[in-house]
Design a protein around this ligand. Structure first.
Ligand SMILES: Cc1ncc(COP(=O)(O)O)c(C=O)c1O
Length: 390
C-alpha cells in the first residue's frame, strides 16, 4: 500500500536518533531557545522579518485572526472572503471569532482563486479581508490579487499550509499578503510532527500574535517590547507584570521538541522540495494532458511544491472507477476538504452562504489526490503511473 504519509520525518532514523539525545540532555522542554532559533531560521528561509512558531497550522490561522481583531484591523461582523476549496480550520476561526465568511470560487484550471473572480466578488460584497488558500502548491495570478487587495484596502492573508516552497514570478508563496500561515504537520512539506507558523514583515502584528499565542501576556516579547507595553498599561511592578494579561489569547505554544525538529528538518527543505517537484513534474506532464482528467495549469509558476498531487476527473464515473482501482494499493483522498460550504459545520453555523461555488462543487465531486512523497521509489512511481495513466 502506498500511503499518503510514508514516515514521520525526512531522514527518519537520523532525526529520531538526534531527538532521543536532545530530549535526554535538555534542561527545558517547554517553549524556549530552540523555538526562537527556529523562528529566526524560518523567517530567513522565507525571506520575511518575523516568524511566530505555534503548535499547528490551525493554531496559526486562529492566532492571526484573533490578533487582527485585537489590533482593530478587522472587527466582528466583517465580511471575509476565503477560498471555497480549503481546509476546515481555515474557515472555522472566522466563524468562531464572529466574522462572516464569504466563499470565493476557485478556477478549475489552477484550483485557486483568480484575480478575475476576486474582482467580481469585490463588486458584490464589501470584503474587509481575504484569507486566501494556496491550494496544494498552486496559485493563480496572486500578484494581481495582491494589487487588487491593496487598491481596495482589503487585508490579504495567505494560508500557505499546503504550499511551502512554491514560487510564482520569482517570489515565494506566503510573501504576497500581509502575513501567511504554515503547517509543519507530519504529512506536510516539513515535519515537526505537529507545528505551524505565521510569517510577516509587520512588527506590530507579530507582537500581537506572540501575545495571542501565550495567554495574552507579554512573556515571550523582547525586553524593549515588554517595557513598551508595561508602560502603556502602567504596570510598574515586576511582581504583577508577569501575570498581566493584555489582550485576548490562548495557549498555542509549541514545545522545544517542535523547535528542535524544525531546525533539523529545515536543512533538508531544499532537497525535499526538489524531490517533490521532480515527482510532480513527472505526473503533471501525463495527468494534465490526459483525456480523462481536467488540465491543471502550472506553467506560470517557477516552483510547484506540494505534498500531494490533485487529479480532477471529467466525470464522476471515472473518479468512482479509480477509487475502486486504488483500494488497497494506493491511499487517495478528496481534494483537501472539498467545497467547504457543503460541509456540515458550515451549514450549521453560516446561515447566509452568499455564493454557490460551482467549480468547488465540481472538484468536490470529481477530484482526489495521492501523496507526493520525497521518498517515493521507482517501483511506486511505476505503480502510480499504471493506475492513473492507462
Ligand atoms: C490549507 C490548510 N490550512 C490549515 C491546515 C491546518 O494545519 P494543521 O494540520 O497543522 O493544523 C491545513 C492542514 O492540512 C491545510 O491544508
Amino acid at each position: 500500500m502506498i500511503s499518503l504519509i510514508k514516515s514521520s520525518f525526512y531522514k527518519e532514523y537520523k532525526t529520531k536518533s538526534s531527538l532521543i539525545k536532545f530530549i535526554q540532555a535538555a534542561k527545558q522542554l517547554s517553549f524556549g531557545e530552540k523555538c526562537q532559533t527556529f523562528e529566526r531560521a524560518f523567517s530567513s528561509w522565507q525571506g520575511r522579518s518575523e516568524c511566530v512558531l505555534l503548535n499547528s497550522g490551525s493554531s496559526a490561522n486562529l492566532a492571526i485572526i484573533q490578533a487582527l481583531l485585537n489590533l482593530n484591523r478587522i472587527k466582528k461582523g466583517d465580511l471575509v472572503g476565503f477560498s471555497a476549496v480549503t481546509w476546515s480550520t481555515n474557515v472555522m476561526p472566522l466563524i468562531q471569532l464572529g466574522l462572516q465568511p464569504v466563499p470565493i470560487d476557485i478556477s478549475l484550471d489552477t484550483l485557486n482563486i483568480s484575480s478575475k473572480n476576486l474582482e467580481k466578488m469585490l463588486k458584490k460584497y464589501p470584503l474587509r479581508m481575504v484569507f486566501l488558500t494556496n491550494l496544494l502548491g498552486f496559485c493563480d495570478d496572486i500578484d494581481q490579487i495582491h494589487r487588487i487587495c491593496k487598491k481596495a484596502n482589503v487585508i490579504l492573508i495567505e494560508d500557505n499550509c499546503e504550499s511551502l516552497g512554491s514560487e510564482y514570478k520569482g517570489k515565494k508563496l506566503g510573501n504576497f499578503g500581509l502575513a501567511a500561515t504554515f503547517s509543519f504537520y507530519v504529512g506536510h512539506h516539513m515535519s515537526t510532527i505537529e507545528g505551524g507558523a505565521v510569517i510577516t514583515d509587520d512588527d506590530e502584528l507579530a507582537t500581537m500574535i506572540r501575545i495571542v499565542r501565550a495567554h495574552g501576556w507579554d512573556r515571550n516579547l523582547d525586553f524593549a517590547k515588554q517595557e513598551q507595553i508595561r508602560k502603556k498599561f502602567h504596570i510598574n511592578s515586576s511582581f504583577y507584570s508577569r501575570y498581566t494579561f493584555y489582550d485576548l489569547g490562548y495557549n498555542l505554544r509549541p514545545t522545544e521538541i517542535t523547535g528542535f525538529l524544525g531546525l533539523i528538518q529545515i536543512k533538508y527543505l531544499p532537497e525535499i522540495i526538489e524531490k517533490r517537484q521532480k515527482n510532480f513534474k513527472y505526473f503533471a506532464n501525463m495527468l494534465y494532458n490526459h483525456p480523462n482528467y481536467l488540465p491543471i495549469r502550472w506553467d506560470h509558476m517557477d516552483i510547484v511544491s506540494n505534498f500531494a498531487i490533485p487529479v480532477v476527473c471529467k466525470t464522476t464515473e471515472i473518479k468512482d472507477e479509480l477509487v475502486k482501482r486504488c483500494y488497497g494499493i494506493v491511499e487517495i483522498r478528496p481534494i483537501v476538504g472539498g467545497n467547504m460550504t457543503s460541509q456540515p459545520f458550515f451549514k450549521k453555523y453560516v446561515p447566509n452562504v452568499y455564493e454557490t461555488c460551482k467549480n468547488a462543487n465540481f472538484v468536490h465531486a470529481k477530484g482526489f489526490y495521492f501523496g507526493n512523497n520525497p521518498d517515493l521509489t521507482k517501483k511506486e512511481l511505476q505503480i502510480l503511473k499504471s493506475l492513473f495513466i492507462s
